[in-house]
Design a binder for this molecule. Structure first.
Ligand SMILES: [Zn+2]
Length: 186
């Protein structure tokens, strides 16, 4: 049973990791081509998402191990610890997001270049991360895994962040430069 659950968790986490790897690559290339610091920073975020996928895989693997002499009650506490770690990084991500939006509001010249490149990449990001949220959440509920739920919520947070970028860029293209920052704060 534990092994079936682990196989399902591994499959879904690897799919999410593939999305994060592709997004990191596209954002890095787009950032270099478009000379966009915002995209490079976003690429770094996707790379850190990839790192948390690896953490989830590792914790799920240990959590699936049967009880042994050193751990007579099983290894589920490893999953709990990793879940707490994921929750903490999620808080940091949300905090960094608010800080960044605030800085842009105070210094309008720092508003990221509102180009079509940033817009297309943000659209890809919303689709990819929302998909990751949905399929990860389905498996999380199926096996009642808080570890996967935490990772799924992180994906949805990232999808929402990119959605805010889209609204801001569209606003800027329509001639409202401050909308970028306002949308980010919202
Ligand atoms: Zn993320």
């Amino acid at each position: 049973m534990a092994q079936t659950a682990f196989a399902a968790k591994r499959r879904i986490t690897l799919a999410g990791a593939a999305i994060d790897a592709v997004l990191a690559l596209i954002k890095a290339v787009g950032g270099v081509i478009g000379h966009s610091q915002a995209l490079i920073a976003d690429a770094a975020h996707s790379a850190s998402d990839l790192a948390s996928d690896v953490l989830v895989l590792w914790a799920a693997r240990i959590g699936a191990q049967p009880p042994d002499a050193n751990h007579p009650y099983g290894h589920e506490r490893f999953e709990t610890a990793a879940t707490l770690g994921l929750g903490a990084t999620l808080l940091m991500v949300a905090g960094g997001f608010a800080y960044d939006a605030g800085m842009r509001l105070l210094q309008p010249e720092r508003i990221a270049d509102p180009g079509w490149l940033a817009l297309s990449i943000a659209c890809l990001s919303v689709i990819g991360k929302e998909a990751a949220y949905r399929f990860t959440m389905r498996v999380a509920n199926c096996y009642d895994s808080d570890l996967l739920r935490a990772n799924a919520w992180h994906s949805r947070n990232d999808a929402l962040s990119s959605l805010v970028v889209i609204i801001g860029v569209l606003g800027a293209l329509a001639g409202y430069p401050f909308m970028d920052a306002v949308a980010a704060l919202a």
